[in-house]
Design a protein around this ligand. Sequence first.
Ligand SMILES: Cc1cc2nc3c(=O)[nH]c(=O)nc-3n(C[C@H](O)[C@H](O)[C@H](O)COP(=O)(O)OP(=O)(O)OC[C@H]3O[C@@H](n4cnc5c(N)ncnc54)[C@H](O)[C@@H]3O)c2cc1C
Length: 670
Amino acid sequence: MEKRIIILGGGYAGVLTAKKLARRFKKDDSVQITLIDKNRYHTMMTELHEVAANRVDEDSIRISLRKIFAGRKVDVVTDKISVIDYEKQTLTGELDVYPYDYLVMASGSQPAYYGIPGAETYSYKLWSYNDAMRLRAHTTKVFEKAMNETDPVEKQRLLTFYIAGAGFTGVEMAGELAEWCDSLAEQFEVARDEVRIIEVDMLDRVVPTLTPELSAKAQRRLEKMGVKVILKAGIHEIGDGYIIFKKDDQVIRDETRTVIWTAGTEGAQINKDSTALKQGGRSRLVADSYLRAEGKNNVYIVGDSMFYIPEGAKAPVPQMVENCEHSASEVAHNLAVEITGQGEMKAYHPSFHGVMVCIGGRYGLALVGGDKKKFALPSFFAMFVKHLINIVYFIQVLGWNKVFSYLRHEFFTIRKKRSFVGGHFSNRTPSFMLVPLRLLLGGTWLFEAVVKIQEGWMNTPKLTGFFSGAASVFEKAIQGANYVPDATAAASTEAVPAATDAVASASTAVVETTGAVTQAVWDKALVNWDIFGLIQVELIKIANASSSLIGYALRFPNVVTEWMKSNVILVSEGSMLFFQNMIVVSEILIGLALIGGLFTFLASAYSLVLLVMFLMTTGLYLGQWWMVAAGLAVLFGGGSVFGLDYYAMPWLKKVWKKIPWVKKSYLYND
Ligand SMILES: Cc1cc2nc3c(=O)[nH]c(=O)nc-3n(C[C@H](O)[C@H](O)[C@H](O)COP(=O)(O)OP(=O)(O)OC[C@H]3O[C@@H](n4cnc5c(N)ncnc54)[C@H](O)[C@@H]3O)c2cc1C
């Protein structure tokens, strides 16, 4: 009989569990997997503050569940579940009733307000995509209002931002907001020092999951960014336009239009309502060591929903993404064992590798390591690791599609240099400026092909002399007086001219350097390894020492190149002609494609491949290196204007994205 698995929640834990189960039961038609979420998309909760403070666009944190599970054995259902009957084994949503044999609770958590008057009604939370969008719109609006506000009290109220909570969500939000306020103040003509950002918490230090030294560092950074941190202060009330908190027995009321609530979490409402299950912490569901709900062997718990104290630990597992990842693997494994009866269930012994906190887009703190020892990372590496971890996660969830889009959002289109690598990757040149370069590169390749045709490349084998000539130039330079010419090179009348010919085949260069002495400028240390060698050779004409040409050859991997030459390319006249023709035809195709701006990416990538081949065989002269730079410059988007790609690419993209295996392997770019 068919077994129905339902996963409730498409957050980190739910998505990863579903993916692992789909892989496990790929060929098993007796198992049906359904993922239910109230939203059509998966939200990157860890990046909410970046959207809320306008660092990145909203689509960077919203990933379509349909796309994630395209071509996979998971049915995605959009519905909000309001009741779970654990006896009848059904979930009831707004649209339907869903029976299950096995249920995975991945419903996550929600903000906890601890009964503080007005907190839920008057504060802005940061726990969903919509929350982030609402906060971003509100912040822009208060600045807009402040710009024209004539009443100084109201103006101050509009420009005062409170953040309740100095855990890592609160600190990340405060840092991000402080950074954004710099440009908002400029945009809306408000003096920056009129903007107040205040972070309040009951605790005695910020981000208590860090060491005291790192907490102090985080606080100093916030203060440097203009955030006032008030610790050991309890919030009493939040109302329409004000906040009341108590600090050192003093009750303080302040006027504000914005309180952002990050002061704590509790289990999602559906967990709270699941009174048939044992609860722990704040409405989290108590799990046994196999991550099943206590007393309900067909209900599993993953991610933030779970309350579980691992053996030997003092505290429950943290509500963090790493716990989602570990528990998803564990639940997928145990569930598969239970359904198939094969293998053994594993008890949950997670090991966590640290905490990372970003304070704005340019600064981060990290405490990483194993269970026994953790160490702090300098800011640059903390930010680097954070991005790397996100990328690893995206590869699991939406493959290269999401990795590309993440890199685009975080680095290539980042606003106001708000990244740890600044704005170096985001400054953009309009594509039309690349058109002359594209045409020049294309024209040069066509010219190269025409010269080669005139030299007889299409019907006279030339490669033996060409290669040996080039080799002799470089060997002579390296070995100096010890150089004994190789018989082929000596015999070849084309030896030196051919060597200088490299890519350009420019007849002027050939004439000038004939009879030149060669001198290795930069070679020995590298070349003798015979694995990697970059030789730079200066060719000096005896008669006129001021006339020099500089050539480079890359001997990597020397063994492979030599083997290719003697066993494939030079084995017969026929093989030589084949490669010569191939090069000429390639040059023509690259030239035409670049001039027409059609398949520019492929043409410039192929252009780079040819140049690398030349560098590894005959060498590449200084005069040709601009082609490498040009190939790189037009690689992305070089043909997107004033070229045929402008019309062809959108159509091709549409067709490409419809192919089932493309959808399944996420090999497209949105
Ligand atoms: C601003 C912010 C920054 C953070 N930064 C970090 C960080 O840097 N590192 C880190 O490790 N962690 C961070 N966290 C915590 C991390 O986001 C959570 O641990 C993680 O999201 C938990 O994943 P989950 O899948 O258990 O739950 P969630 O991601 O909350 O997903 C639960 C899903 O269940 C769905 N759902 C709930 N109830 C229902 C229902 N009744 N019907 C249908 N669907 C339902 C929801 O729509 C949601 O999609 C951060 C959190 C926030 C808010």
